[in-house]
Design a protein around this ligand. Structure first.
Ligand code: NOJ
Ligand code: CA
Length: 703
């Protein structure tokens, strides 16, 4: 009997193993290993890093609507391998040249339906992770179809530590949670109320980019690349497991994605390393996007910009003409706001243009210049803005002319209040007007519930809308910055006029809510910024709101030096010089750093990094021998040592350090800083003390 049992087990083993087909592919350096397995007609994958299992067997595939036989039993009809080793130069970026080296494994599957379907899964295995996508080739039995469920999962190897925001198809403007995977559902019950349009999903749902750290020190980041004509992917952990399954944003009638073969999905990405610095330094997501479609990118210019913006967030001026609409109607202790006036007047805009010109900033953002703000907020109204009609006290033509005569461009604000249909209706007219008057860039925004009603910010319809707004902008020679869109997925490689997005909780929350905790900016590079630059709006010098509104409790959870560091640690080719001009003029020595710091780079070195704790990044300004360094900490004071071995050997550099004063801290003494100048070489190692919630910034000029 016992023998029979052994024999049966052996037979079973043989039948399973003969049934299982495994194909593998390794990264060029051999550290990342991908396995694809087909067992009993079902496809799965797993991943190891330096021999350790980091993704256990995880499912692949789809349920297709009204096609129950799709993928019910796959067989491999071919598998192809190739190796790619090349490089490319971005129009702007963190480095001059990007290496693109990977090994590809492409598996073609056919199911055994009466009318069979074909699915291709392409894996690209890089030294810093793996990207894979599904391709639906042209075929007889699959043409138009609707995705009912994407079965892709990421089966993590343990109850890892993760940095996450709650699953939500309408917003990503949450503060981050740090917890074990097993704690998500419990923690997600505490939501932040200051978000305008939140539709959180209950349960263990999280958004990507999801940052992960295992107990044995392996870092991973799960996200997606090249999100085009498909909904955004959130992740759902099944209770009691560490297996995250894809949750796609549905449309107004509950469908996920409308497809037509030949087509493909975005790439699913897993960046992996045992060095946290390599996660931030990874260029895999960019590499997985298509090369630039913009033939003449000469209109695309990275820049620093000032703007009529903070005034409204502080509640000292308004977006609307009549003086009603600002972001802060009252302070946290209920006191009414101080006297208000319309911000975007011709006179005020000129003041900002002059300030930008005097200090070498390329742009002036103007919000509240156009009619519609009277009923923009919370109405779910379709026809609020026409994006072209100015208020009577704003001279569009004259101001654009004045700005251009001073070498400055007006960044035109196009708030949609969520009415994407209205923006689509007026897009050509609005872009044409901007191009005609010479406004080089716009900032669009989606505060509010989306119209078409029932659509989410992250659904397929809106993904297509954002992408149309970018590609059409390129046709008009315009640069785009988008607030409240889906989080980016590296599309700025394909459309380098897509300069930055918000798509996370920005600085603005500090002015009218409990704000962002001091750790926030140490997490963003590992999460939101994995997909692309963020328009965070750094550079606040007046840290406490009580300066403007007596009794106000709101403040930026930072020291002044940390605000300088953010120009390095939160990468973007457009960076706002956010504070009011008078606050900069009151501290000209610290302001000098913002005037000096570059926004486009030949090289970047991630010097020190740990998600949620600290970060130090050095960047070499494009076309120069000058470097800038920024370092930040969370709520803990700490000492960071900057090793300058990245500098040229045998050269001398003048280093200016902007750092927290010994008695500085984000809560008690946030504006105290000291500035020191010394001469250094590539042998220098410098210890810097960072205050609680503090940071430092350095300019390093070759002598
Ligand atoms: C929210 C955006 O993030 C902010 O920058 C803008 O000022 C307001 N919406 C008004 O459009
Ligand atoms: Ca926002």
């Amino acid at each position: 009997m016992k023998k029979l049992g052994v024999l049966l087990a052996l037979l079973l083993f043989i039948s399973i193993s003969s049934n299982a087909q495994t194909q593998t592919s390794s990264s060029p350096n051999g550290k990342v290993n991908l396995s694809f397995t087909l067992l009993n007609g079902k496809a799965s994958y797993s991943l190891t890093y330096k021999g350790k299992q980091v993704i256990e067997e995880s499912s692949l595939g789809f349920k297709i609507k009204d096609m129950p036989d799709f993928g019910n039993s796959f067989t491999v009809i071919s598998s192809d391998k190739k190796s790619i080793s090349d490089s490319w130069e971005p129009v702007w970026g963190e480095v001059k040249k990007i290496e693109n080296n990977y090994n590809e494994l492409a598996i073609t599957l056919r199911d055994n339906a009466t009318k069979p379907h074909v699915l291709r899964i392409v894996f690209k295995v890089y030294n810093d992770g793996v990207g894979f996508r599904y391709e639906f080739p042209q075929q007889e039995n699959l043409f138009h179809f609707i995705i009912e469920e994407e079965l892709t999962s990421f089966n993590l190897s343990g109850d890892h530590k993760i940095w996450w925001i709650p699953g939500d198809f309408d917003t990503n403007e949450y503060a981050y949670y740090t917890s074990k995977i097993s704690e998500i559902a419990q923690m997600a019950k505490k939501r932040d109320g200051a978000i305008f349009t939140a539709t959180p999903i209950s349960g263990a749902f999280v958004q990507t980019p999801l940052m992960i750290k295992s107990a044995d020190g392996i870092y991973m980041n799960i996200h997606e690349a090249a999100l085009i004509n498909y909904p955004c992917m959130d992740l759902k952990f099944d209770v009691g497991t560490f297996d995250a399954t894809t949750a796609l944003a549905p449309d107004a009638v509950g469908n996920l994605a409308y497809m037509r073969a030949p087509t493909h999905t975005p790439w699913r990405t897993i960046v992996v390393s045992d060095d946290a610095r390599e996660i931030i330094g990874s260029k895999m997501i960019l590499n997985l996007n298509e090369p630039s479609k913009i033939k003449d990118p000469s209109f695309i210019k990275p820049m620093k910009y000032v703007g009529i913006w903070l005034e409204m967030h502080l509640g000292v001026s308004t977006w609307d003409y009549a003086g009603q609409q600002s972001a802060s109607d009252a302070t946290s202790d209920g006191k009414a706001k101080t006297k208000v006036k319309h911000g975007a007047t011709t006179e005020n805009t000129k003041k900002y243009i002059d300030f930008a010109a005097e200090n070498g900033f390329g742009g002036v953002l103007v919000e509240g210049w156009n009619a519609g703000w009277e009923d923009w907020f919370g109405q779910w109204k379709e026809d609020v803005f026409d994006f072209v009609t100015p208020y009577p006290d704003y001279d569009v033509k004259g101001l654009n002319q004045y700005a251009r005569s001073k070498g400055v461009g007006i960044i035109t604000h196009l708030e949609t209040s969520g009415s994407a249909t209205n923006f689509e209706r007026y897009m050509d007219t609005a872009y044409r007007q901007m191009a005609y008057y010479g406004s080089p860039a716009f900032k669009s925004g989606y505060v509010g519930k989306i119209i078409p009603r029932g659509e989410y910010h992250d659904g397929q319809w809106m993904i297509n809308h954002y992408n149309r707004s970018i590609s059409k902008a390129a046709d008009y020679g315009l640069m785009a910055v988008i607030h409240e869109p889906v989080r980016p997925t590296g599309l700025h490689r394909t459309y380098p006029n897509f300069m930055a997005a918000e798509a996370a909780r920005g600085q603005e929350f500090n002015f009218w809510s409990e704000g962002n905790p001091p750790e926030h900016e140490t997490i963003l590079p590992f999460t939101r910024l994995m997909g692309g630059p963020m328009d965070y709006t750094p550079g606040i010098f007046k840290i406490k709101k009580s300066y403007y509104v007596p009794g106000a409790k709101e403040q930026v959870h930072t020291t002044l030096s940390k605000q300088l560091a953010l120009y390095l640690t939160l990468y973007s080719p457009v960076q706002m010089v956010t504070d009011l001009p008078e606050n900069y003029l009151a501290k000209k020595d610290a302001f000098q750093f913002i005037k000096d710091v570059a926004v486009d780079w030949d090289d970047t070195k991630i010097l020190l990094a740990e998600p949620g704790d600290f970060l130090a990044i050095a960047r070499k300004a494009k076309g120069t021998n000058n470097w800038f360094v920024g370092g930040i900490t969370d709520e803990n004071a700490r000492t960071l040592t900057v090793d300058f071995s990245f500098l040229d050997k045998g050269k001398k550099y003048e280093l200016t350090v902007y750092k927290d004063a010994p008695d500085a801290s984000w809560d008690e003494n946030p504006e105290a800083y000291v500035i020191e100048k010394i001469t250094i070489t590539n042998k220098t190692k410098l210890k810097v003390n960072l205050a609680r919630g503090g940071g430092f910034a350095m300019s390093v000029f070759m002598k």
